[in-house]
Design a protein around this ligand. Structure first.
Ligand SMILES: C[S@@+](CC[C@H](N)C(=O)[O-])C[C@H]1O[C@@H](n2cnc3c(N)ncnc32)[C@H](O)[C@@H]1O
Length: 267
């Protein structure tokens, strides 16, 4: 991210979710707040300008699929009794504003520059943060999740579900290790996505995003990810393409094979 600036990719992926609500059939992720939080801008285009329409469509579906994957696993955790949800690198995620459970607390962790921009966007959109939501500003590269969540009042001894979408690619291995180490020491479910080492398709996108100030720093093979998740039981590690098939939007496009979705647990 550029110093003092909010994440531009956060706006781009939120724009993709907003566009998904009206452009894609089937709609695999429903978010009535997606367009409202993005506002009047037309942001999804920033990193898809000049890109083949089919590639842009598959990218949008992948972004929708990962949010659906997370929402479904959070709902299952809540049904089992989990009462804390932590959204790591929240960007313009709207899960906390769609939460129908007054007894479930949400924590939004994000880079301070992105978080203060989001809070302005919420004001502009007339979206009042619910009383169940606490903001926790944390730069993963400069401070620890442990300190940020302790200050925000997370009960570390209680069951928690952590959602970490579209973030670890922008982080260094050291900060990914720190965050995983913290979560491994709690009673948690963890949902996140990661990119496998780049194909020509994903490399082209990575270069466009890097030119916008947010270089992709971390890729993992499946074996590397397994090794990184010591302390967790791996429940799922699937390609976005596999999920899209399950959600009724099958594609063999390589853009959907390069992103994997993980559900792991320490329970
Ligand atoms: C592509 S956006 C994803 C946002 C959100 N999870 C979503 O799916 O819409 C990347 C997010 O990672 C956050 N991020 C990147 N580097 C970070 C860092 N060093 N510390 C905290 N957050 C960071 C950005 O602020 C941004 O919100």
């Amino acid at each position: 991210m550029e110093t003092g600036q909010p994440s531009r990719t956060a706006l781009a992926v939120a724009g993709a979710r907003a566009q998904h609500q009206t452009l894609d059939d089937p709609r695999i992720f429903t978010d009535p707040l997606a367009a409202r939080i993005v506002g009047g801008t037309e942001p999804a285009g920033e990193f898809d300008r000049g890109v083949d329409a089919e590639v842009a469509r598959v990218r949008r579906l992948v972004i929708a699929a990962r949010s659906r994957f997370a929402d479904d696993r959070v709902a299952a955790a809540i049904a089992r009794g989990t009462r804390q949800v932590v959204i790591l690198g929240a960007g313009l995620d709207t899960a906390a504003y769609r939460n129908p459970h007054p007894e479930v607390r949400y924590f939004e962790v994000d880079h301070p520059d992105t978080q203060s921009w989001k809070r302005n966007r919420l004001r502009e959109a007339g979206m009042e943060p619910p009383p169940t939501l606490t903001f926790a500003p944390v730069d993963f590269e400069r401070s620890t999740l442990a300190a940020g969540l302790a200050a925000a009042g997370l009960d570390r001894s209680a069951d928690t579900v952590f959602v970490w979408l579209g973030v670890i690619v922008y982080l260094t291995r050291a900060s990914i290790d720190d965050t995983l180490g913290y979560i491994a020491g709690t009673k948690a479910d963890l949902v996140f996505d990661y990119p496998v080492p780049p194909s020509p398709e994903t490399r082209a996108r990575a270069e466009r995003v890097a030119a916008g100030g947010e270089p992709w720093l971390s890729y993992f093979t499946v074996a590397e990810m397994r090794a990184l998740l010591h302390g967790f039981t791996l429940l799922e590690d699937r390609t976005a393409g596999d999920l899209l098939g399950e959600y009724g939007a099958p594609t063999a496009h390589p853009a959907a094979a390069g992103i994997r979705l993980v559900h792991a647990t320490t329970r």
